[in-house]
Design a protein around this ligand. Structure first.
Ligand code: ARG
Length: 463
């Protein structure tokens, strides 16, 4: 480790920082991944300083040349990350001064690390949404829609309370997740509106007495506007919290899908077959094929929830405005971003490599009296009040259960003994295949509705 360089604030101090202090307050070890945004922000700031006459054109050119060199070096893995620098902002600025000298010392005019880090984080979060999360969510939705199309006619049980409820198409089941991931995508894009505002120029907390042009910097960085209040600009991280909240909801959806398919891949269900490439074996039990990938999709959700609660804890009770506690925000932002990105990516791959066993789905639709509701609705059609119809069918289910038969295996006489409104056409209603084709309400889980929903998503996802 090199000799600690002089701190920029050393003039006011009579002691150098203790080594323990230095090690404890540093963030370079984890915030160096902000380098791209830190440099982009500095270039925009330097250009603005020159335009505003606060530095010369020549100084601005030297600064930009130096920053571009640093960028190239970092990208090539040739930049020497000196742990003596506290954070990414100090490391880049020091490297700049080392390379271009005096002009480098003018870069921090009318700027603080407080607005600088707020800027870096907003640029980072915007890219995380635009380049990773939203495209990956769309890809996962596409994978699910493809699968829904494959199984648009395959009938399976829908469960409530994990008990067989009503027959649905496997396509409709898969499309339920497409809806959930669609709302996740909207949440990220909605959060993006509040992420996409430039805080630069707020300075340490109160702005600057120098004639800077905040709008010009914002335009250069692709922001539609600037924050209104300098104190707020450097104080809050609610834009990160919104990202984390959207990530937590999304992870919850991923975790539920994972749980379903872990269950569905068990010998008890055998509804799905997950390709070997997305499973792992046992070191001891030779027969095992375990859904570890999906178990980790479920398990890693914990990291994302931890990031959200961790960030809520950090910001709760912070006095207005900037406090160093906020430095910890990056840990949670990066952790949730990395985990969600990897999880979305592998979940889409699992979806593309999972086959539904239509024979097993069909077999599962036989038991469980999932045609009881249609029988009650059939009676409603014959003029019986629903509450009475419900009781008649309940009696018939109990009766069929005693003799281990399906409702459709009861004779017309047996059916009519409970309700004389039942006629021979009842057998065109009983059985899962009849049920799914008779669903009529908008958004139902039958094959026609499944096709309409697929068409909707194909169109929506092609934009
Ligand atoms: N590393 C700091 C952070 O992440 C940068 C801002 C530091 N500002 C300060 N006044 N110490 O928050």
């Amino acid at each position: 480790m090199s000799q600690s360089p002089q701190k920029s604030w050393q003039a006011r101090f009579s002691q150098a920082a203790d080594a323990l202090t230095e090690g404890y307050v540093e963030s370079l070890s984890f915030d160096q991944r902000l380098w791209r945004y830190d440099i982009a922000g500095s270039i925009a700031h330097a250009e603005m300083l020159a335009d505003a006459g606060l530095i010369t054109k020549a100084d601005s050119q030297a600064i930009i040349r130096g920053l571009r060199q640093i960028e190239t070096d970092i990208q090539a893995g040739q930049f020497k990350w000196d742990p003596a620098f506290e954070d990414i902002h100090m490391a880049v600025e020091a490297a700049l001064v080392e390379r271009v000298g005096e002009p480098g010392k003018r870069l921090h005019t009318a700027r603080s690390r407080n607005d600088q880090v707020a800027l870096d984080l907003r640029l980072y979060t915007r890219d995380a949404i635009d380049l990773d999360i939203v495209p990956l969510l769309e890809d996962l939705q596409r994978a699910l829609v493809d699968s829904a199309e494959k199984y648009a006619e395959a009938v399976m049980p829908a469960y409530t309370h994990l008990q067989r409820a009503q027959p649905v198409t496997a396509g409709a089941y898969l499309l339920a997740y497409v809806e959930q991931f669609g709302r996740d995508r909207e949440r990220f894009l909605d959060a993006r509106k509040r992420v996409n505002v430039s805080p630069l120029g707020a300075g340490a907390v109160a702005g600057s007495t120098l004639p800077i042009d905040r709008q010009a910097v914002a335009r250069r960085l692709g922001f539609p506007g600037v924050t209104r209040n300098s104190i707020d600009s450097i104080s809050d991280r609610d834009f990160i919290l919104e990202f984390l909240a959207a990530a937590a909801l999304c992870a919850g959806h991923l975790s539920r899908l994972a749980e379903d398919w872990i269950l569905f891949s068990s010998t008890e269900f055998q509804f799905v077959n997950i390709a070997d490439a997305f499973c792992t074996g046992s070191s001891m039990m030779p027969q095992k094929k375990n859904p570890d990938v999906l178990e980790l999709v479920r398990g890693k959700t914990g990291r994302i929830y931890a990031a959200l609660t961790g960030m809520l804890m950090i910001t709760k009770g912070l006095p207005q405005a900037y406090n160093r506690d906020l430095q910890e925000d990056k840990i949670h932002l990066f952790s949730a971003h990395d985990t969600l990105k990897a999880t979305l990516e592998i979940t889409a791959a699992v979806v593309r490599n999972t086959a539904f066993r239509t024979d097993r789905l069909a077999a599962a639709t036989e038991g469980g009296y999932m045609d009881a509701t249609i029988l009650a609705e059939y009676l409603v059609g014959k003029g019986v009040p629903f509450r009475e119809a419900h009781q008649h069918v309940g009696r018939l289910v109990a009766q069929a259960e005693k003799s281990a038969r399906q409702l459709g295996q009861l004779s017309l006489d047996e059916l009519q003994a409970v309700s004389d409104r039942i006629e021979a056409d009842v057998f065109e209603y009983l059985g899962s295949a009849n049920v799914v084709r008779r669903y009529q309400s908008e958004g139902n889980a039958g094959p026609d509705s499944t096709r309409r929903q697929i068409a909707f998503w194909r169109e929506a996802l092609s934009k």
